[in-house]
Design a binder for this molecule. Structure first.
Ligand code: MAN
Length: 468
């Protein structure tokens, strides 16, 4: 052994020399951890062992630093041990919490599913009751609708009658010789028809109102002539408000009338065009039959009872429908939450629903575990989603050491943003570092007790005892 001659093929006879090229050199490193070095690094002029024993014949002067290094390593191991001990005790709480939440979800799910069946049945019942209440309501309201329709038709007929009476009165008034034919001379007598306002109603101007004929029969006037005359007549009448007892601008020869045939002063028209437009609008108003007008009515007591009953049934059904929707939503939420992997012992469940912020010079980053990661400029601007919860992405032997969030907001001229979260054991749930190693690829370091392993007491072999 250690005679500087390699006897064994595996080099195991020379742990203290560099005689075997495939062998290992053993540094005892008293006061620190022992080390096995590849033989090639023995006597190569570099101090690999803290006790400097690997350079036993190279002439290199190595200082023995094992004591200091050992002390620092033991301190570090102790610190880690204490952190893990404390972190792990919190983790145990998280595990309890996670498992409780899991069983609570399972129980809640069973209860919700049962309630869902019950409420669905009630909804069907309420729907039937609603239909049963709406049927008589519909027939009762139909009577109202028909009555309303009849009422509207009646009103329209009255309006029509009124219009015809107006037209007829005006015709009779214009037809000064009462021969039931309107001659252009009769039109000429009335200055309302002086279209160019030159003080004379020319033959042409007069004929315009008679469809370019010399005269017009009363039936034609009622059907179409009145529509031509009316705007001029109204305009003239307005200008002479209040209506005088004699027709406007009547010449001396024109026979006098006791009063203007019809008072149109309610129709305040400024010009001919407007008058025509308003006429149309008025007609439209009359023609509109809104079904809602039925709903706004007051009903007789029996109908009112039917409407009230139907309203009540509708409300009861709506409430049940809402309940069904609420239960469905609760079920979906629980299903979504339960489908997530919260670690072998549910230890990461405690992070669900929480968010953690980290600010650097430019941005405030936010991590909402199992949901998303985001970035918001500190000096104004909107939030950018860096990724949504994807999966655990640590190496196979330590799967729960990394989280992957993907499908973030598309990077300008690049891929969608992604986020990788490295989990470290720590007493606090905290984002401790953020970086963007590649454009739009983000990395967070996140400490959490949930990532703490079971504490292992620092290795006593590093103790400076040297009995062996
Ligand atoms: C924003 C931020 C940055 C990112 C660029 C890419 O400024 O999301 O983190 O690198 O967009 O264009």
């Amino acid at each position: 052994m250690n005679d500087d001659y390699c006897d064994c093929q595996d080099g195991s006879d020379e742990p203290g020399t560099s005689a075997c090229p495939n062998g290992s050199f053993y540094c005892k490193n008293a006061g620190h951890n022992p080390l096995l070095l590849p033989s090639s690094r023995v006597n190569d002029g570099i101090c690999d062992c803290c006790d400097g024993k690997d350079e036993y014949e190279s002439g290199t002067m190595c200082v023995n630093t094992c004591k200091e290094l050992g002390a620092a390593a033991r301190d570090e191991a102790q610190r880690k041990y204490e952190l893990e001990t404390q972190g792990y005790s919190i983790k145990i709480e998280y595990i309890k919490q996670g498992q409780l939440a899991k069983s609570a979800h399972q129980e809640k799910m069973i209860a919700l599913k049962a309630e869902q069946v019950e409420v669905e049945a009630l909804k069907a019942e309420k729907e039937k009751e609603k239909q049963e209440a709406e049927e008589p309501e519909r027939s009762a309201l139909e009577q109202y609708r028909i009555a309303e329709q009849e009422n509207i038709q009646l009103k329209q007929a009255e309006e029509q009658k009124k219009r015809e009476t107006e037209a007829s009165e005006v015709f009779d008034w214009l037809d000064t010789n009462s021969d039931s034919i309107l001659q252009f001379e009769e039109i000429q007598h009335n200055m309302a028809f002086d279209q160019n306002k030159d003080g004379v109603v020319s033959e042409e101007e007069a004929k315009f109102f008679l469809h370019m004929e010399k005269e017009m029969e009363k039936s034609v006037f009622l059907a179409t002539g009145w529509m031509l005359v009316k705007p001029y007549f109204l305009k003239e009448q307005n200008q002479f408000k209040p209506p005088s007892s004699s027709p406007p601008s009547q010449s001396e020869e024109l026979p006098t009338h006791d009063e203007v045939p019809h008072d149109f002063s309610e129709d305040s028209h400024d010009d001919v065009e407007e008058t025509e437009e308003d006429e149309t609008a008025e007609d439209d108003d009359v023609a509109i039959v809104s079904p809602s007008s039925v709903a706004q009515q007051e009903y007789d007591p029996d109908t009112q009872l039917l409407v009230d009953a139907a309203n009540k049934a509708r409300e009861a059904f709506n409430q049940m429908e809402q309940r069904v929707r609420d239960i469905g939503r609760e079920i979906r939420q629980i299903e979504e939450s339960s489908s997530k992997d919260y670690g072998i012992e549910e230890e990461f469940q405690a992070l669900q629903g929480q968010c953690f912020d980290y600010s650097d010079r430019e941005y405030t980053y936010r991590l909402c575990p199992f949901d998303n990661g985001s970035q918001r400029p500190k000096h104004g601007g909107s939030e950018t989603r860096l990724g949504s919860w994807g999966s655990w992405s640590g190496p196979t032997e330590d799967k729960y050491s990394q989280m992957h969030y993907d499908k973030g907001v598309q990077c300008w001229n690049g891929p969608q943003r992604t986020l990788q979260v490295h989990l470290l054991c720590g007493m606090e749930n905290e984002v401790i570092a953020v970086s963007e190693p590649n454009r739009c690829e983000y990395e967070f370091k996140f400490t959490t007790p949930a990532a703490c392993g079971a504490p292992i007491k620092p290795d006593e072999t590093a103790d400076p005892h040297d009995e062996l």
